[in-house]
Design a protein around this ligand. Structure first.
Ligand code: GDP
Length: 315
């Protein structure tokens, strides 16, 4: 316990190694996590949390690096979580891509961490928000969560951010197609990256069209701006920051910042509760209770509702 509080103190004092160790506790689903979470709770809640997603190769890593430079120019401390969903889609390329960001690694105001969460309780859904809390509590002004937008779970993760940025690029015909799988709805800001390439105008038009068809209006309305960038040169970085600031201000003036943070907390609690319930169910007599009930349901001796009640009643 005292070990853990020393770690938290060191992290708040700006020691990158302590921050890294705390995130490892999250990744490993360490038993110490509960006391860590308790210590972090009153310290977090200050950071701006940005989610960045888009299909592989669209320029997420390069754009993240561009944004880090832009925030550093404002003298803000930036924490980056590059989430590797360990999905068959992303293969091994992601981690290699991160290496491009190493120009920032000598900067004490920047912390970059790739996270793979194969083993964690509840996977990414549980681990990512806890890692965000670590960076938030450690005093980073901006926390950037970057992940490949290949599936709904990744979309859900970035959607936990205060502001979600969706990247597209010209010549990726399936970009907007993939984006239809939920991404259009969660985006607060669109970036058409690789604006130096032919087809950027077309991509912007396609996007506008898709938005005019698919956007559902609920609650106070924010119209997501479309920003063009060339992440490799930094062109458009100012426009992107302006769009991000605009959204942040909109959130604050409409009470949405608070509302999003409450939604984020609700899904954190739910993910932890579901995962621990599942772990406990599997653990009841080594899963024997479940196995026994399953046989009885399969044999028609009882129904699955009654069996579920019996199972959960026993935990
Ligand atoms: P990620 O997979 O989404 O993280 O994409 P990366 O950031 O790794 O970028 C994929 C490739 O596109 C790299 O070769 C980048 O150098 C290149 N790239 C990124 N942004 C731009 C851009 O604005 N214009 C051009 N022409 N290439 C870019």
């Amino acid at each position: 316990m005292s070990d853990v509080s020393t770690l938290v103190e060191q992290a708040r004092a700006g020691q990158a190694r302590a921050v890294a160790r705390l995130i490892s506790l999250v990744e490993d689903d360490s038993p110490e996590l509960r006391s860590v979470a308790g210590l972090l709770a009153p310290l977090a809640g200050r950071a701006r949390v940005l989610g960045l997603t888009g299909p592989p190769g669209v320029g997420k890593s390069t754009s993240t690096s561009m944004l880090v430079s832009a925030f550093r120019a404002r003298d803000l401390r930036v924490g980056v979580l590059a989430i590797d969903p360990s999905s068959p889609f992303s293969g091994g390329a992601l981690l290699g891509d991160r290496i491009r960001m190493h120009s920032h690694t000598v900067d004490a105001g920047v912390f970059i961490r790739s996270m793979a969460t194969r083993g964690a309780l509840g996977g990414l859904a549980t681990a990512t928000p806890q890692a965000v809390r670590v960076l938030d509590a450690a005093g980073f002004d901006v926390v950037l969560v970057e992940t490949v937008g290949v599936g709904q779970s990744e979309v859900d993760i970035v959607a936990l951010a205060d502001t979600t940025v969706v990247l597209l690029a010209p010549g990726m015909g399936d970009g907007i197609q993939a984006a239809k799988a939920g991404i259009l709805e969660v985006a607060d800001v669109f970036v058409v990256n690789k604006a130096d390439r032919d087809g950027a105008d077309q991509t912007v038009r396609d996007l506008r069209h898709a938005l005019s068809l698919g956007r559902r209006e609920s609650g106070p309305s924010w119209r997501p701006p479309i920003v063009r960038t060339v992440a490799t040169t930094g062109a458009g970085a100012d426009d992107l920051l302006t769009a991000l600031d605009g959204h942040h201000e909109w959130l604050a003036t409409h009470g949405e910042l608070e509302a999003r943070r409450i939604r984020r907390a609700a899904s954190e609690i739910e993910a932890i509760a579901v995962a621990s319930l599942r772990a406990r169910l599997g653990g009841v007599n080594g899963g024997e209770a479940l196995a026994g009930l399953a046989k009885r349901v399969a044999a028609g001796e009882t129904d699955p509702y009654t069996a579920a009640d019996q199972l959960t009643g026993g935990v």
